[in-house]
Design a binder for this molecule. Structure first.
Ligand SMILES: *Cc1c(COP(=O)(O)O)cnc(C)c1O
Length: 391
C-alpha cells in the first residue's frame, strides 16, 4: 500500500473493493498474512489485566480477520463487520443478538429455507415468535408490527421465487415502530444493493456465495450501522463465533475480484435468461433484471445491477422429463449453494405458509457462471430436446 491512506468514503465501490483492509498487510506485501492464532501473549501484567493491546485472543480477532471484516464493511458502506463460519451462522447470530424471549420477529415468506427452520425450532423454543409475511407487502407491514416486535427481517430478491421487496418502504415503517431492520443481502453480494442507503440497520450475507466466489469455502458476514454495532458485537463475541483464517483469506482474495466477476455473471445471466424466455417450453423467467419480469421496476429503482441467480417456471411436463433434461447437462452441475465461477441448476418446490405459490409446471433455479453463454445455451438446448423426447 502507498504511504497515504485513501479516504474510502470518497471512492467508488469497485475501488473500495481493491483498497479496503489493505492496511493490515505488512512489509510492503500486498496481501495480509494468514495468522493462525489462539494464544496472543502480553508483554506485561498490566497490559494483560487491562487487555491493553489491539489483539488479545484468537477468537476476538487477528489482523487477518480484521482485514476481511473492514473490507466487507467498506464494501457495504456500514460501520463495522463480523465474519461467521457460514452464512446461516451469520443469520442465526444476528437474530439472536437482537431478539429475546417474549419478542416477535417478522420474516418474509420467501426466506432462505434454513432460516425458516431456525425460527420454527430454536427461536420458537426460546419463546421468540415469528410471523411470516408476504414479501411484497411494502408499507402494509405496519399492520403486522406489534408492541413486542423487535426485528423486521427482509431478503431481496426472495429465495427461489425472486420477489423484489420494497426495502425503503418497509424500513420507514419498521423504524417508525422502533424495530431493527435486517436484510439478507446475499443475492446482490452487498455490491449491487446498498442496504444502508435504503434504510437497513444490518446487512447479512452468505459470503460463501459471491464474496468467496469460487465454491471452496463457507463464511457469513454481518455488517451493522453505528446504532446496532455495539449490541451485535457483544452478542457475537459472547456466543463464541469466529471463522478459520484460511477461509477468511480465501474470502479476502475473492472479494478483490468481485466487481469484475459480478459484472460477467450479470451479462451471462441476462443472455441465458433472455434465451430461456423465448423458448416454448418455458412459462416464465424470474430474473428482476429482465424488462417486464416480476419485480423489475423496484429492482431498477433500488439496485445497480443483478447477479447470476434466477429461476424459471416450465410449462407442465413430467418429473422424468425434467430429470432427463437436467441429468444430461454437461456444463450445469446440480447442487446447492451458488456464487462460484461455475453454472448450476436445481429443481425446487417452494415452501410458503403466509402466501400461496402456484406454478403451472416445474420450477428450476439457475446460477449462471463465467462460461461463455453460447456454450451454456447449447447445453440447455440439448436439454430441452431430451425433455421433449421424454414428455
Ligand atoms: C446460501 C444462503 C445462506 C446461507 O449461507 P451458507 O453459507 O450456506 O450457510 C443464507 N441466505 C441466503 C439468501 C443464501 O442463499
Amino acid at each position: 500500500m502507498s504511504k497515504k491512506k485513501p479516504d474510502l468514503n470518497s471512492l467508488k465501490p469497485e475501488t473500495r473493493l481493491i483498497v479496503a483492509g489493505r492496511e493490515y498487510a505488512e512489509h510492503g506485501i500486498v496481501n495480509p498474512a494468514v495468522y493462525h492464532a489462539s494464544t496472543i501473549t502480553f508483554p506485561t501484567v498490566k497490559t494483560l489485566l487491562e487487555r491493553d493491546q489491539p489483539y488479545t485472543y484468537g477468537r476476538k480477532g487477528t489482523p487477518t480477520s480484521r482485514a476481511l471484516e473492514t473490507a466487507i464493511a467498506a464494501l457495504e458502506g456500514g460501520h463495522d463487520c463480523k465474519v461467521s463460519s457460514s452464512g446461516l451462522a451469520a443469520v442465526t447470530t444476528t437474530l439472536l443478538a437482537f431478539l429475546k424471549t417474549g419478542e416477535h420477529v417478522l420474516i418474509p415468506d420467501t426466506v432462505y429455507h434454513p432460516v425458516r427452520q431456525l425460527c420454527d425450532s430454536v427461536l420458537k423454543g426460546l419463546g421468540i415468535e415469528t410471523t411470516y409475511y408476504d414479501p411484497l407487502i411494502g408499507r402494509g407491514v405496519a399492520g403486522l408490527i406489534r408492541a413486542n416486535t423487535k426485528v423486521v427481517y427482509c431478503e431481496s430478491p426472495g429465495s427461489q421465487t425472486m420477489e423484489v421487496q420494497d426495502i425503503p418502504a418497509i424500513a420507514e415503517v419498521a423504524h417508525g415502530k422502533n424495530c431493527i431492520m435486517i436484510l439478507d443481502n446475499t443475492w446482490a453480494g452487498g455490491f449491487y444493493f446498498n442496504a444502508f442507503a435504503h434504510g437497513c440497520d444490518v446487512s447479512v450475507q452468505a459470503a460463501t456465495k459471491y464474496i468467496v466466489g469460487h465454491s471452496d469455502a463457507m463464511l457469513g458476514s454481518t455488517v451493522c450501522n453505528e446504532k446496532t454495532w455495539g449490541q451485535f458485537k457483544q452478542a457475537f463475541e459472547t456466543m463464541g463465533q469466529f471463522a478459520g483464517p484460511d477461509d477468511m483469506y480465501l474470502a479476502l482474495r475473492g472479494l478483490r475480484t468481485m466487481s469484475v466477476r459480478l459484472e460477467r455473471h450479470m451479462q451471462n445471466a441476462t443472455a441465458v435468461a433472455e434465451w430461456l424466455r423465448g423458448r416454448s417450453e418455458v412459462e416464465s423467467v424470474l430474473y428482476p433484471a429482465l424488462s417486464n419480469a416480476p419485480g423489475h421496476a423496484v429492482w431498477k429503482r433500488d439496485f445497480t445491477g443483478a447477479s447470476g441467480l434466477f429461476s424459471a417456471v416450465l410449462k407442465p411436463t413430467s418429473e422424468q422429463s425434467v430429470a432427463a433434461m437436467l441429468e444430461g447437462l454437461s456444463l450445469f452441475g446440480m447442487g446447492f449453494s451458488w456464487g462460484g465461477f461455475e453454472s448450476l441448476v436445481v429443481p425446487f418446490k417452494p415452501v410458503r405458509t403466509a402466501t400461496t405459490w402456484t406454478a403451472p409446471g416445474p420450477c428450476l433455479r439457475f446460477h449462471i457462471g463465467l462460461e461463455c453463454p453460447d456454450d451454456l445455451i447449447d447445453d440447455l438446448k440439448q436439454g430441452f430436446e431430451r425433455l421433449k423426447k421424454t414428455s
